[in-house]
Design a protein. Sequence first.
Length: 132
Amino acid sequence: MDLKLTSLVVMGYRNASGTLDCTAGRGLICLDKNIVEYANRTGMARRILVGLDTDNPAISGAAANETFYSLGQAAMNAAAQSVYREFAAANLSFGGFSIHNYRNSYLSGSLSGWPATNPELRVPFPKSPQRR
């Protein structure tokens, strides 16, 4: 945002959405909220992408709670819906999602619970305001 980037992926990788309240656990929402709030204050909210990790923790060294690898597509989609709803309820917006490291799971066609083709992620992002 201050760097004039076209987009920024916030890498608060977790395999659960959580809430805005970090005392209730540190999920995606809690870990990403500060940058999402800042982007909303500075008019750059649409540049923020929430990062979702699908990497195999046995290969990458990531903690199991940082990736959707063992949980599958349905769990990742449910978490994305929850992230969207929680931020929308707080009047915060963001530009969408970015999937990190899908070579071993997402679209690989080799892991149960993950698609071999790219399905549509159905998150109801609000339309941009129309200019008058």
